[in-house]
Design a binder for this molecule. Structure first.
Ligand SMILES: N[C@@H](CCC(=O)N[C@@H](CS)C(=O)NCC(=O)O)C(=O)O
Length: 203
């Protein structure tokens, strides 16, 4: 399998999952501006949507969309603890979290990266995000991980909350979330993924 990624973007989430599961994979960096890949291709030929992450399977199939990729990976390893069994009620709960992270936090952060938006507009998006952080704080005050034990949703949430310093948002304003971030960052898979991304050469 090949994971096309850009450092510290949402592709960190499937990268963490690959390492948690001990799956063999090749990590290929892309330049998200030029869409050139480190293996000499035009990324748009791999994912015409133009964004990471993209997982290329050994049979040539290309899978995109972070929540789909990480569930596919977890299902490759039966009995793993990252995702409840497909078809179970608990799996639906996981999908509820993944959708929340994708649509409310990941997409909620996107406008804050946009240099063309005026500060007043960004404040509206910030306030909406803060409401979501309150909700997450309440959930994580009751348990260390979103589904009780470490799993797919935690790696994804960690990935998107890691962007907050770019927006001058201090995670310490939500102490429960700050502890969550420390907990996830201490995992060997997470440290290895971050180090491996940092060690790649710019394209
Ligand atoms: N819906 C996609 C969104 C992926 C996405 O937002 N990727 C960003 C990085 S976090 C990206 O590569 N943006 C570059 C672009 O859109 O040109 C998913 O959930 O995987």
């Amino acid at each position: 399998m090949k994971l096309y990624f850009a450092p510290m973007t949402c592709s960190l989430s499937p990268h963490i999952v690959l390492r948690e599961l001990g799956l063999a994979f090749e990590l290929i960096r892309i330049n998200n501006k030029t869409k050139q890949t480190a293996d000499g291709r035009n990324f748009l030929d791999i994912n015409p949507k133009g964004y990471v992450a993209a997982l290329v399977l050994d049979n040539g199939e290309v899978l995109t969309e972070g929540p789909a990729i990480i569930q596919y990976l977890a299902d490759l390893v039966p009995g793993n603890t990252l995702a409840p069994a497909n078809g179970s009620w608990e799996r639906v709960r996981l999908q509820e979290w993944l959708n929340f992270i994708s649509s409310e936090i990941h997409s909620g952060c996107a406008p804050l990266f946009n240099a063309d938006f005026p500060e007043a507009t960004k404040t509206v998006f910030r306030q909406k995000l803060f409401k979501r952080f309150e909700y997450l704080s309440e959930a994580l005050a009751k348990r260390d991980y979103l589904m009780g034990t470490f799993g797919l949703a935690d790696g994804y949430l960690f990935t998107v909350l890691k962007w907050l310093p770019f927006f001058n948002i201090d995670i310490n304003d939500w102490p429960v979330l700050a502890s969550f971030m420390d907990r996830i960052e201490s995992r060997p898979s997470v440290q290895a993924a971050i180090a491996a991304e940092e060690a790649t050469q710019p394209v």
